[in-house]
Design a binder for this molecule. Structure first.
Ligand code: HEM
Ligand SMILES: *[C@@H]1O[C@H](CO)[C@@H](O)[C@H](O)[C@H]1NC(C)=O
Ligand SMILES: *[C@@H]1O[C@H](CO)[C@@H](O)[C@H](O)[C@H]1NC(C)=O
Length: 475
């Protein structure tokens, strides 16, 4: 009797040892990049997500760069991953999109964003969706329609906030941008709607790049619950639209999508359309509001930058025939220093701490082999905070961008990604940031009350918000 137990026990132990050995030494036709696969199943997931208040390259990455070099292997959320901090490999990954690499995000992303979101669609469907999105958020529409609307929105909000004792900027800016994009996408008006749609997206970034444990209390669970509710609302809205006769429709993005859905032989499905709405609502406000809040934090801490920015923006008003005429595209394009401030802010913000791809075919790189089926993660913070490319990399110094555009900084700047999957919201983000800064520094001053500290998990967050008091400048 006992011998059976012993035998089974021994077999289990042999099996487990073997399994752990395979886990630690994955199969590969060549030499894998150095690194550790961590614990069985868990890998190094917990270390990767451990919070830190530093703005430097995340300690998880930094330690491994020192130990292993610029390319190393690990295991995150149950997947073997090669992390790249190497500019050449990053470039290669972006250039080979769709050939050797394919967009892939951890299951956290797929669960939260839907299986058919724009980030994971390929080929034809993808180009088609991208065009739909660019119609709304691309430079043409910004130039013709959005510029005056954003200016009006910024002034209206600043005016309102200046009547408060204290504004929590992260929250206030997020609401402002969400109201804009939700209006453009689905004609949603938070003041009139009984449901608070944005509530469902709160604390999303932390949940998104978090451990995928779906039990009450975790950030991931909150994220999934939020998605469920938001998708239900979106679906109800879409059905409501279906019942509305065409002449009563208002020509927002939803109507556009609905028209496509009703076309014969269309490749768009309702599920894809709803996922797309959800992704766009999220991608457009959370990222941009983080960047803008951080910009205001930097300006508060660097009076000399604020001074030069204010001079540039006041110069625009001085050169106008009529001070009260709205911002023009030409004026927007002339904001040289402002764009340097924006570049410097998104460089240091590192809002997207990792860009993920799946390896479709075995890759050889500098003597290492990356097997097909593995994931690769391009690590923008390691690029943006590289002292060899950015002198004193942690310093907020917008002047470093002077003349940078001439020597093609692109390999060393990837806040908005690169290659085919470059962020479609780049221009939209810049225009919102620039116009908001214009309205703010020409008409208002502010005093920091409290907060402004950051934490990264490794996604950026302001745990205590950033509270300021706004007041109108006296002429
Ligand atoms: C500070 C603001 C923003 C940052 C830092 C940012 C960053 C990024 C990055 C790094 C990617 C590439 C992801 C990848 O390669 O897998 C991306 C893609 C994307 N972004 Fe943004 N983004 C911002 C604002 C926006 C806005 C305002 C929108 C909405 C209009 C938007 C919509 C998208 C979409 C739809 C994609 C997917 C594009 C594709 O797969 O081809 N983003 N973004
Ligand atoms: C952040 O990382 C540094 C470097 O690894 C470490 O010394 C520090 O204790 C970490 N924790 C926090 C909360 O910042
Ligand atoms: C900001 O960075 C991008 C990407 O490197 C560059 O093309 C652009 O010229 C920069 N803008 C300024 C004002 O330096």
């Amino acid at each position: 009797m006992w011998s059976i137990f012993l035998w089974t026990g021994a077999l289990v132990i042999i099996y487990l040892t073997h399994w752990v050995f395979i886990w630690k030494n994955p199969k590969c036709n060549g030499k894998l990049p150095p690194g550790s696969m961590g614990l069985p199943l868990l890998g190094e997931t917990l270390q990767f997500f451990s919070p830190n208040t530093s703005s430097d390259i995340p300690p998880f990455i930094k330690k491994r760069m020192q130990r292993y070099g610029s390319v190393f292997r690990t295991s995150l959320v149950g997947r073997p991953v090669v992390i790249s901090t190497d500019p050449d490999l990053n470039h290669f990954i972006f250039q080979q999109e769709g050939q050797l690499f394919q967009s892939w995000y951890p299951d956290t992303f797929t669960e939260i964003f839907g299986r058919q979101n724009v980030g994971s669609l390929h080929g034809f469907m993808y180009k088609y969706l991208k065009n739909l999105v660019l119609n709304l958020f691309g430079p043409e529409n910004i130039k013709e329609k959005l510029l005056p609307e954003i200016e009006e929105l910024a002034f209206r909000n600043l005016h309102l906030w200046s009547s408060w004792d204290s504004v929590e900027l992260k929250e206030a800016i997020a609401k402002m941008i969400f109201d804009l994009t939700a209006k453009k996408l689905i004609s949603y008006d938070s003041a009139k709607s009984g449901e608070n749609l944005r509530e469902n997206f709160v604390a999303f970034i932390q949940g998104l790049i978090s451990f995928p444990l779906d039990i009450p209390g975790t950030a991931y669970h909150k994220c999934l619950q939020g998605r469920k509710k938001a998708m239900k609302l979106l679906k109800e809205m879409l059905n409501g639209r279906r019942a509305t006769p065409p002449e009563k429709q208002n020509g927002d993005f939803f109507d556009h999508v609905l028209q496509e859905l009703m076309k014969e032989g269309t490749i768009l499905t309702e599920a894809i359309a709803l996922d797309l709405m959800f992704v766009l609502l999220f991608a457009s406000f959370e990222t941009t509001s983080l960047a803008l809040t951080l910009a205001l934090k930097f300006l508060s801490d660097h009076p000399s930058v604020l001074k030069e920015l204010t001079e540039e923006q006041e110069g625009i008003l001085r050169r106008r025939e009529n001070v009260d005429s709205g911002l023009t595209w030409k004026e927007y394009k002339s904001m040289t220093f402002t764009f340097q401030v924006i570049n410097e802010t998104v460089r240091l913000a590192n809002i997207v701490p990792g860009i993920f791809r799946k390896v479709l075919r075995e890759i050889q790189f500098k003597g290492y082999t990356i097997p097909a089926g593995w994931a690769v993660m391009v690590c923008p913070p390691a690029v943006h905070l590289n002292p060899a490319k950015y002198e004193d990399p942690l310093a907020f110094n917008p002047w470093r961008w002077q003349g940078m555009e001439l020597n093609g900084a692109t390999k060393h700047f990837m806040a908005f990604g690169g290659g085919m999957r470059f962020c479609v919201g780049t221009e939209f983000t810049k225009v919102i940031m620039a116009i908001f800064l214009h309205c703010l520094v020409t008409k208002y001053r502010w005093k920091v009350i409290k907060g402004g500290d950051i934490v990264r998990t490794p996604g950026l967050a302001f745990p205590n918000g950033f509270h300021v008091q706004l007041s109108e400048k006296h002429k």
